[in-house]
Design a protein around this ligand. Sequence first.
Ligand code: NDP
Ligand code: 2IT
Length: 445
Amino acid sequence: MTQDLQAAFDTVVRRNPGESEFHQAVYEVLESLGPVVERHPEYVDASIIPRLCEPNRQIIFKVNWEDDNCRIHTNRGFRVQFNSSLGPYKGGLRFHPSVYLGIIKFLGFEQIFKNALTGMPIGGGKGGSDFDPKGKSDNEIMRFCQSFMTELSQHIGADTDVPAGDIGVGGREIGYLFGQYKKLTGRYESGVITGKGILFGGSRARTEATGYGTVFFAEEMMKLNGQGFDGKKVVVSGSGNVALYAVEKANQLGATVVAVSDSSGYVVDEDGIDFELLQDVKEKRRARISAYADERPNAHVVTGGSIWDVPCDIALPCATQNELDENAAKTLIQNGCKLVAEGANMPCTPQATRALRSAGVLFAPGKAANAGGVATSALEMQQNASRDSWSFEHTEERLQQIMVGIHERCAETADEYGHPGDYVLGANIAGFTRVADAMLALGVI
Ligand code: NDP
Ligand code: 2IT
């Protein structure tokens, strides 16, 4: 790392003590930027990197809500508006007990570059709460969402900041959040949030977009070697929104998904994961992964181990940050895994990423491979602005074109900087230069 980059990183660590995930996300980007700042001293002269590492605004608020027994609970809400050079702040909301400022900042920072890579007019932001949706009734979820939005509504808008879903926030939560925004403002401002239901301004294929997009991206990587998903064995971690639709698309392309997971364990099904059953267990029944195994003759549940022990050709980590460590990476390599594409945000530890890349495993970083979700959110914003509603086929086609475009941008940038096949470098530099050029053009603001 150059002196300027190291100094910027040291400032991040000093200014944001204890926020290890944020430090990790910043380090991973800055590590790639040496060649670009060498070629473009104007970025250093304008202090672009230190300016990028400091969020424009960080909002922390109290969320009081009442459970079904009339007990009052207090959670913490966050919205980090990181960078709006390319468009309104855009990024999801995460409801999970592990949420704290450092998680939201890491996600917001990643989102800047991911959104830039899509080529669409969206800035980077992220929000959420340490609220735990597990075991809560529908009414409790609704009251929490209403209370959360009562504060958040003061900071968002279709041209200001546009939230969406992430872990623990899906269609149900987005509906309650939008309903409360509408009530508070008295306006039907569809473009204020994405991931909405089709009846009230949602986009077809948004639910599927992140998982499908990850598979489209991986397919593009394999095409360069004349390969594809057909006939491959795939392991997908998680069984939430991203994982589920990665499974569906991998199945459609002729792969066999042999394992999926949730936080209680993983299930191995050598017959191939039955997408419809998994969708029923997870989306409709909101049950644990063991409920899937109960209904499949040759499936079994493993608790306490690592899903990455299951041999596969392709690994798609789609659950959460740092879920795939160096040991897991070594096991994947030993078992002959040829490609890892991050459906989740930062699921591979830096040591795992290094091990995979140095063993020659094709590696797609999340900010490229999972950008299909936010890109389709931007398509939802387009539909809202024109009061239009596109067909599933048209929207999926647009999504696929966008993923092909992101893949091209990453691959070409890696070539241009003398590191062919290095998607980490390609994604970081391609995303960074778009944001940096916009920041230069907009002046010191
Ligand atoms: P969901 O809440 O729908 O699903 C999350 C899945 O991951 C669940 O199976 C969950 O298991 C598992 N999981 C979550 N946290 C942990 C944990 N600490 N340990 C083990 N398992 C865990 O979320 P999404 O599918 O939307 O998000 C998954 C990942 O994809 C996240 O990293 C998110 O940031 C990223 N992402 C999401 C996008 C989207 O459009 N939704 C877009 C781009 C990236 P359990 O239910 O047991 O908790
Ligand atoms: O991490 C992500 O890109 C998301 N959770 C989706 C964000 C969005 O605005 O659709």
